[in-house]
Design a binder for this molecule. Structure first.
Ligand code: NAD
Ligand code: IPM
Ligand code: MN
Length: 352
């Protein structure tokens, strides 16, 4: 019997539209001849859509998205449309669908060189478990006295005991399955004396349930430095929303390029679809030139297959990425090569 998964695709803007076809081709190749079939439906929401309609998606967008088994996203953002408007769709989906985990592996693949000197694949292998529904990104706040000298802007961080506990627990569960069984909690309780003190208190409670996992807490500034100076001492890191955003760009960069790391926005209760995307943005500086690295998007597609219950297909796609990277002949310019997006996509699809 064939299992069919229905995927809503928001390729979006810029290089999002260039890397998503690569990911779809990889998924189609991986599932061909298997008992799994995947049907993709385009959701044409983007900055171009915004320019025409004055909003980022159709009014019934959430209801339409809710009908899919998962969502696959490229990137949103284009010059001429405010980043707050375009990012609003991403943040809206993460909150509305309670995708409270943002899972972001950051790994130096064999054969690639890190911008960090003398670091090999064995030393950069981390995964960030980023809180994805509240914190600094809660959206609470406002502006008053606009345009006057008395203008006030307030951006309120919202941290709930439940929100902190569930993300830490998710992180500990993952850490318990990894060979190194280490969990680094990113805090800043020296300066954020309300929210991050609560964060640390909850971590102290949750860690009791995972005696087999080595728990460490680091102030986020020191953790950022540690990723550069001692990446081999880091495994799973659990972070608030904003801290995770910043640390995962660092993690991706030290893994060779921002074009590599994937992200999974997961609703662990499966009451709503989860969403899979590369962590990079629409890269207006290279959009349209055909040189975007499609690896982050393809890897995100693999994470989607895993979430849908197909670990074997995930592994098949990921090992094809690994083989192509290790061979070293087909690489986009961000990795020092001169290949095009389509060359890399074809090589990976061929390996699958
Ligand atoms: P960005 O990730 O788009 O680009 C940062 C740098 O990394 C650029 O120099 C870009 O060329 C390079 N880069 C990124 N992805 C690459 C890839 N796959 N291959 C090769 N090089 C790559 O970040 P930014 O410049 O801060 O943001 C651009 C736009 O994207 C903004 O509108 C921003 O709001 C949006 N954005 C969207 C998402 C998303 O949709 N998930 C994520 C981040 C940024
Ligand atoms: C990411 C992006 C988003 C974030 C933006 C587009 C709001 O940078 O997915 O990392 O900050 O979460
Ligand atoms: Mn980001």
């Amino acid at each position: 019997m064939t299992t069919t998964h229905r995927i809503g695709v928001i390729a979006g803007d810029g290089i999002g539209k260039e890397v998503i076809p690569a990911g779809i081709a990889a998924i189609e190749k991986a599932t061909r001849g298997s008992s799994v079939s995947v049907s993709f439906s385009d959701l044409p929401w983007s900055c171009e859509y915004y320019t025409r309609h004055g909003r980022m998606m159709d009014e019934d967008g959430y209801e339409r998205m809710a009908a899919f088994d998962a969502l696959y996203m490229g990137a949103l953002g284009a010059p001429g449309v405010s980043d707050a408007a375009s990012a609003g769709l991403i943040l809206g989906i993460r909150q509305k669908f309670d995708q409270y985990v943002n899972l972001r592996p950051m790994r130096l693949l064999k054969g690639l060189s890190s911008p960090l000197a003398n670091r090999g694949a064995a030393e950069i292998d981390m995964i960030c478990v980023r809180e994805n529904s509240e914190g600094e990104y809660s959206g609470v706040g406002g502006r008053i006295h606009r345009g006057t000298a008395h203008e006030v802007a307030q951006q309120v961080g919202v941290f709930t005991r439940n929100g902190i506990e569930r993300i830490l627990r998710y992180g500990f569960e993952i850490a318990a399955t990894r060979p190194r069984r280490m969990l680094a909690s990113a805090t800043k309780s020296n300066a954020l004396t309300h929210s991050m003190v609560l964060w640390d208190e909850v971590a102290e409670i949750v860690r009791q349930d995972y005696p087999g996992v080595e728990y460490r807490k680091y102030h986020v500034d020191a953790l950022a430095a540690r990723m550069i100076t001692h990446p081999q001492t880091l495994d799973v890191m659990v972070t608030s929303n904003l801290f995770g955003d910043i640390l995962t760009d660092i993690g991706s960069a030290i893994s060779g390029s921002l074009g590599i790391a994937p992200g999974a926005n997961i609703n662990p209760t499966r009451t709503h679809p989860s969403m899979f995307e590369p962590i990079h943005g629409s890269a207006p500086d290279i959009a349209g030139t055909g040189i975007a690295n499609p690896i982050g998007a393809i890897w995100a597609g693999a994470l989607m297959l895993e979430h849908l219950g197909h670990r074997d297909l995930h592994d098949r796609v990921l090992s094809a990425i690994e083989r192509v990277v290790a061979t070293g002949t087909v690489r986009t310019p961000d990795l020092g090569g001169s290949s095009k997006t389509t060359d890399v996509a074809n090589a990976i699809v061929g390996e699958i």
